[in-house]
Design a protein. Sequence first.
Length: 310
Amino acid sequence: DYTTKIANTTFDHLFINAAGVYCQTAEQLDQIQEAEAVAAVMTKSATAELRLGNQEPRYAAFPDQHNTINSMGLPNLGLDYYLNYVLKSHLKRPTIFSVVGLSQTEIVANLKKLQASNYTGLAELNLSCPNVPGEPQIAYDFQTTDEILKQVFAFYDKPLGIKLPPYFDLAHFDQIAKILNRYPLAYVNSINSVGNGLVIDPKTDKVVMRPKDGFGGLGGAQIKATALANVRALRLRLRPEIKMIGTGGVTCGRDVFDHLLCGADLVSVGSQLAIEGPTVFARLEKELEAIFTEKQITSLDQVCGKLKIF
Ligand code: DHB
């Protein structure tokens, strides 16, 4: 039994598509919904208006290493498109509506629209897109993050989570957690891609993507240790009422188990979903099941946050 609850939403499984992957069009969102072992469908981070995103090539995968780099630049069909999708009545899974903005004003306007809509499900505020040229990852600026949350929670009263970039310093975990603990967040999703990595093609001595001269967000197995550290560090610092979604480096059941040990309530899958397709969730669930059986684990409580230390 993998039942988990976040705010007003009950999930029957553990897995979500990471925002950005397999979720740009209604067809893709339907495919995630129809997949086995899916907890919820996450929509592509929406801006107020449709965006084409950065020039191609803007994504490269190295399937042998389960690694990816991307510089998509927020291609999306616009807030109304995704709002229309999540308001459809025949959805068989819960949805999480990912919202982004290129300015504080746009973020607030987008969430005002969501607040005014009939949508009552979970939303996720993405404060961590690394790929829009000239735009910093907001959640690396603690003061701006605090200001945005203050402005948002002055009017937004539906369940809201936040998507964070990875942090690499314990002082930063202390600082961000102190801010987040002041707001009625439903959950924290950690981590977004590891921003501004660089991959070089040895055959051509050239970068692998056009935007930002090849700099882009890293994903896949290479980011697992960073993801686990972030989930763990935040779980230890956030109020227990704030749930956690673990994202980063999940390619097999053991990776899921590790995210759970660090404190994740749900786990999302990005690169491996892009590489393998929506059947990835059923495979991960089966592999996790085998680990539970071997360790005689019968409930998620026995695992979630139960990482052992010396
Ligand atoms: C994009 C990448 C991200 O990591 C993100 O959080 C939002 C958008 C992108 O490039 O489209």
